[in-house]
Structure formats: C-alpha cells, structure tokens
Design a binder for this molecule. Sequence first.
Ligand SMILES: [Zn+2]
Length: 257
Amino acid sequence: MDLSHLDKKYFIDAHIYNCPFCKRNNVSYALIDTFSFHWGENKTCYGYIVRCDSNGCEKTSMHLSFQELRVYSRHSGHSNRFMDGLDIDAALFFSQPTSYFVLDNRIPEKVRELIYEAENSRKSNYLVGASACLRKAIYEMLEHEKSIVKNPKTGYADYQASIKSLKEKFTNVASELFDALGHTQEMASDNVHEGSWEAWDSPKLRFIIELTKATLHEMYVVPEERKERLGLLGQMKSAFSNSKNQTENIEEKEDVK
Ligand SMILES: [Zn+2]
C-alpha cells in the first residue's frame, strides 16, 4: 500500500503551499507578518504569519522557527518571503493549524485534541509527552467505538485484540491501516498500562501519528463524503430521468402528428 501521501508537505517552496483551511493543494501564499522574541537567554524564536492567496479563503496561519527564514539583502534588509531552496517544513517546529492534514471535525473531538497535542509535542521535541498523547488518542478512539477487548487474565485492555475488533467493525477501511497500527509493538506492550512509557524517537513518532490520522480519516471522513457524493448522484439521476421523460413525451406527441 502506498503511504507516500502521509508525507504531504505544508510548504512546497517560497511561494506555494498546501492550505490547511481551504485544503487546496499548490496554492500561492503570502508572508504577511513576522515577529521574533527571546525563547531563552541565548535563543531567539522567529514567528511567521502566512496568508492563503486562494480566492475566498485568505485565512492566516502562524509558524515558529529558531531560524530566520527570510531572504536577506544588505541593501533592503529582510524581504517578505522565505528563502529559495529551503525545506521550510523542516525548519519550523510549530505551526497552527498543525499540518496540511488538519483533522476533520467528523472525527471525535477528544481524539482530535490528543492528536494535536501529540503533534505539537513532537514538533517541540517533547517526545515522552507526544508518545503518551498518541497512545491515549488511540485508546480514546477504541473506547469511542466500544472496541476495547480486555485480557481476561490481566483485566487490562488487549491492544491487538482491540484493534482487530475495530478492523472487523470498519470493513470499508483498508485493512492495511489497522494491521500497521496493530503491529506497532510498543503500543501492545504491557507498559502501556503502567505509565512507565518509553518515548519513541521523532521519525517513528511522526510516522505513527500520520498513520493514526490516515486511519481516522478513513473511518470517519471517507464514508461521510461517499454518502454526500451518492446523495448528489441520486439528485442528478432523478433530474436526468425527469428531463428524459419529458423528451420522450415530446417525441410521442410528434409521432402522433
Ligand atoms: Zn486557503
């Protein structure tokens, strides 16, 4: 299964990005404001306010970095755009909204909040917090779907059995997603219940966060969008058959003549 879409970027380059609000891809944006402040004694944080140029969107997002990312020239100082050839996403440690793949509000709110928290913690390099939030988000999702299967011996939730029961419930979701979640060994560990959690490293954490988001999207957003599309198709179909009946009536009348 192709999971490359999980690596979707926020900023493509100094002019083009994927808007988290209107969800249009490859649209132009403007860097409309910047600020900086002392994060600590010897550390400066740079803030960037970016506005979507899409017609009717024009929403603004905020991005933080420990680097000055704008073009600098000796004559005119800092320009109002990011440097060319820079991996902007990699240079940012915090964005609000968090990423292109903003979680749809059809996903249960508690789960969404925990995913945001996991994502922000990961970006700020708080890996223990991020790992804990992500585990909590997955358990929250299992609980929301009443899919927690308890191990009769320990009385604790059996992670793999719970994910399996979720997989059986959501048959429309690609089973690879649940399998990948189920095989995240650290999740299944008994330590999960003890609070003595080990933090995952950042790339692994990022992958599991994106995997969880993709699964949530398939569970809660795709089926609703499909329903909407089918509803629309039904309306078009009935409009079409009405107009067809009218044409047939006209043809019949013409035959009579
Ligand atoms: Zn937009």
